[in-house]
Design a protein around this ligand. Structure first.
Ligand code: AMP
Ligand code: MG
Length: 405
């Protein structure tokens, strides 16, 4: 893997992942843990539910007291109490009586069924019951969802809202997680100006830093975007090192192609010896740099400047790295096979990622496959993969398609 010869996409991905270790786990409150990856198993502190309770508003009864009751011959029972959700008093139901009970309220001792209010006249002092209830009707038994000590969430799961609810239901205030990696994004180039400011011919608005920050956020990172870095060799390293204390991962765009002294990111970082620049056998996205920066060995990706190249490079290399920082190992974009509705071409020896629109099992290649053609990128929802040895695929052939997040 030296400059000059092409590195395969797979070998490059493997080299990146070999260099990334997961972030150390931290203890976070449930409020802060969303999107983090669990670093311990979460077990149920108590059974779920932890007490027998009613699943409906109705009347707690002994089921046998409702036998043979019907509209024409209702069972009539005196109502001796009303039990609301959260009532922690202990109630004891005598045979031949009923207690008004609300959803989630603890079932009184002696009761073995709940008659939904819809099956009754809704009486307050005495209740007429029009249908017989079987034993266990509308009762949620202790442990019906999980038993105490049972593993509810396994280490490695991402804490989405459902998992947050489970941890809370297990009684956990704090959980051990791998945090969202902090990703700092910097774009480089003298031609860049901020969107929202006037454009002079020769300049372009910086789209990469916004795009990559958004993509990193989507991949589970906490992101920040820094002011654009000019193509000034003296300024590049200070701009990057300034970010080291607030970054678990750095991403730059631009300044890594073959332009010699104009490609300042490459010129400056290659001197350090900790960042390697390679040509990867792919299109778009051939010039790539990866390594570490500073004493903390913060991983850094230097992505090419063309927006489509930067985007594809992010999805292929940076996204897996963000996942690896969280200790997740299935990192790939979802892949499907789809039938091409149009033909595509690809250079021999390079894997192409062509922008397309996937609809069910068909994929339509977009026109505008240049790596600067961001308008076409904006219409894409998928990348059509053309293998290294394939130079053309015709309409009607099937291709591997990566579904964009
Ligand atoms: P470079 O990799 O720096 O040689 O840039 C390659 C191409 O991408 C040039 O046309 C740049 O103007 C363009 N480019 C570089 N950075 C950005 C950016 N942040 N936003 C949009 N286009 C960019
Ligand atoms: Mg540049």
């Amino acid at each position: 893997m030296t400059d000059g010869s092409l590195t395969t996409v797979d070998a490059y991905q493997a080299a990146i992942l070999a260099a990334i270790s997961p972030l150390p786990p931290v203890s976070l409150s449930l409020t802060d843990a969303e999107g983090c990856v669990l670093a311990e198993d979460v077990t149920a502190a108590v059974s779920l539910p932890s007490f027998d309770n009613s699943s409906m508003d109705g009347y707690a009864v002994q089921a046998s007291d409702t036998d043979h009751s019907s509209e024409r011959a209702p069972a009539t029972l005196p109502v001796t109490a009303e039990i609301a959700a959260g009532d922690i008093a202990t109630y004891r139901l005598a045979p031949g009586t009923a207690m008004r009970i609300m959803t989630g309220a603890r079932l009184p001792e002696g009761a073995d069924a709940v008659v939904p209010v819809e099956w009754t006249d809704g009486g307050a002092e005495r209740v007429e019951i029009y249908r017989s209830a079987a034993k266990g009707n509308a009762v949620r038994y202790i442990g019906g969802d999980a038993t105490a000590g049972e593993t509810l969430l396994e280490k490695g799961v991402r804490m989405r809202p459902m998992q947050i609810a489970v941890a809370a239901s297990a009684g956990r205030k704090m959980i051990k997680v791998r945090p969202r990696p902090r990703v700092v994004v910097l774009s480089t180039g003298n031609e860049l100006t901020e969107p929202g400011t006037p454009l002079v011919p020769g300049q372009i608005w910086d789209s990469n830093s916004y795009m990559i920050a958004a993509a990193a956020h989507e991949a589970g990172a906490l992101t920040s975007r820094r002011a654009m870095v000019p193509d000034d060799p003296a300024g590049v390293l200070p701009a990057l090192t300034e970010q080291l204390s607030r970054a678990d991962l750095l991403v730059t765009t631009g300044g890594v192609s073959m332009g010699g002294e104009h490609d300042v990111v490459k010129a400056v970082l290659r001197e350090l010896g900790t960042v390697t620049f390679r040509k990867v056998a792919m299109q778009p996205g051939m010039p790539q740099g990866f390594g570490t920066l500073g004493e903390g060995r913060v991983p850094i990706f230097t992505l090419p400047g063309n927006p489509v190249s930067a985007y594809v490079s992010f999805q292929m290399f940076v996204r897996p790295a963000i996942a690896a920082l969280q200790g997740i190992d299935d990192l790939r974009l979802p892949a499907v096979r789809a039938t091409l509705t149009g033909s595509v071409r690809s250079p021999h020896g390079r894997r192409s990622y062509l922008r397309g629109v996937l609809a069910e099992d068909e994929v339509t290649p977009l026109s505008g496959q240049g790596s600067h053609q961001i308008a076409a990128l904006g219409r894409a929802n998928a990348l059509i993969v053309v293998p290294e040895e394939t130079t053309a695929l015709a309409a009607g052939e099937t291709a591997d398609v990566l579904v964009l997040p």
